[in-house]
Design a protein around this ligand. Structure first.
Ligand code: UTP
Length: 267
């Protein structure tokens, strides 16, 4: 069973400047609560009991807001913190949790990717992990022309269905080199030997230490699978994704009048 999750939230948020000069993008409010809170709720609803938030000194607001306990439907979720002082990339952020993870598989949820789905996105991955021992990569189908913004999965020949065994993954390939349209999108089940690969991982795309590159090297000893998440994803690290998420929750959360928001949008 997967009981621990990490949430990298130490990035610079350059795509969301100027607010991110001093304000963490993961704390941007979607109506009345930060994006990160929706993600923590998804983890809690997926059975996670302990969450490690990866932050930096510039993001103390995250610790002030969440503290060390998050109550979710009567359950107490423990919240811990790991610090990434230099923003060397997602892989490097994940490495900062090495001493806090131990020997069990764990979940990773990106702090700026929100999912809306019937079954929580992370729970879907956990269910897949129970039948497929290995790394599980949550994916969405993209237009191949966007492949240079994502990590892209390379399924083994002949694989079909919702869970695909992989022969490789590649970070931000040119559309002409993309092996599929399955983009890794913010939800992972990781196997602890990943840390061994992250420790020796050199910088890749964007000159950052990429988690995808370490997952690829780890595939020499650990199987990896792509799973297409059932649900809608909002990338709030992008300004248009943030607007989209705000509109979605404006139309679905019962703290605002759906009818009023609909009328306002029509007008
Ligand atoms: P992103 O690439 O979306 O975040 O990483 P970023 O680097 O902050 O964004 P831009 O490109 O500058 O606009 C996905 C998640 O990983 C975290 C981010 O905080 C985000 O939640 N991250 C990224 C880290 O924790 N550390 C890093 O060095 C990079």
């Amino acid at each position: 069973m997967i009981k621990k999750a990490i949430i990298p939230a130490a990035g610079l948020g350059t795509r969301f400047r100027p607010i991110t000069k001093t304000f963490p993008k993961e704390m941007l409010p979607i109506i009345d609560k930060p994006c990160l809170e929706y993600i923590i709720e998804e983890a809690a609803a997926s059975g996670i009991e302990e969450i490690i938030l990866i932050i930096s000194d510039k993001k103390a607001m995250i610790k002030e807001y969440f503290g060390n306990i998050f109550e979710y439907q009567g359950k107490m979720i423990r919240i811990g913190y790991a610090y990434q002082e230099e923003q060397k990339g997602l892989g490097h952020a994940v490495l900062m949790t090495k001493d806090l993870i131990g020997n069990n598989a764990f979940a990773c949820l990106l702090g700026d990717d929100m999912f809306v789905s019937k079954t929580p996105a992370l729970k879907q991955l956990i269910d897949v992990y129970e039948n497929n021992n290995g790394t599980i990569l949550g994916t969405i189908a993209i237009d191949k022309s966007d492949s240079n913004k994502y990590g892209i999965c390379d399924p083994l020949d002949g694989e079909s269905g919702k869970v695909l065994r992989l022969k490789g993954v590649i970070e931000k390939p040119d559309p002409k080199d993309a092996p599929s349209n399955l983009a890794i999108s913010g939800r992972y089940i990781l196997i602890p030997s990943i840390f061994k690969y992250l420790e020796t991982q050199t910088a890749g795309a964007l000159n950052e230490i990429q988690l995808t590159d370490a997952i690829l090297r780890q595939m020499s000893e650990v199987r990896a699978y792509a799973y297409k998440i059932d649900g809608k994803r909002y990338d709030i690290g992008k300004k248009d994704g943030f607007v989209e998420a705000t509109v979605h929750f404006g139309l679905s959360r019962d703290i605002v009048s759906k009818e009023d928001v609909k009328k306002m949008l029509k007008k």
